[in-house]
Ligand binder design. Sequence first.
Ligand code: MN
Length: 231
Amino acid sequence: MDYLIPPQPQAVALVAGSDAVFPVHRIYCVGRNYVEHAQEMGGTGREAPFFFMKPADAVLAVSETAVGEMPYPPMTDNLHHEVELVLAIGTGGKDIPVAGALSHIWGYAVGLDMTRRDLQAESKAQGRPWCTAKGFDFSAPLGAIHPAATVSDMDQARISLEVNGKTRQNSDTGKLIWSLAEIIHCLSQLYTLQPGDLIFTGTPAGVAAVQRGDVLQARITGLSELNIKLV
Ligand code: MN
């Protein structure tokens, strides 16, 4: 088969301690999955899980030792950080039961769900989709993925974000409203999960704006930290 135009390269994520890369299929994101963040966004903290997506090539893959450069996106004056635990799916499926759902996870990484908050607020007010607020170029900085077999306690891990050395977000994945297994269960009722899918599991409270020149340091205990600079 001949392509009429050159196909775009496969989007990939990096893997800790390996030269092999993880091919990214889709990026799913969970909204409002920590009570205090749900409340700071105007919710009650008790809604059923809801989802949105980013394009696979929104990934900005950053190695364990590098500071990734994220271009400050156009058409916003209010770019927010959201530090999140990211699941890398290794085994697909639909209608995956909660029991055994974790066995579909190939690995874990630290990610940033970067958000044009001003465009999101406008979309909410108008009842319009969130695509331009969430799914823009470089909107998904991602640290190295750690194979599930090499990490433990991802459901009870400290999750934090510093901007220019000052703590902005600091919580624990034990405070997720919907657990990792429940997220996989719910999402797999809506979509057939595929190997290569990434799931951003939601951010704790403390989201705020960043500016060009800011350095962001995202951490989850047990995983490689993710460092980026806004340029
Ligand atoms: Mn988010």
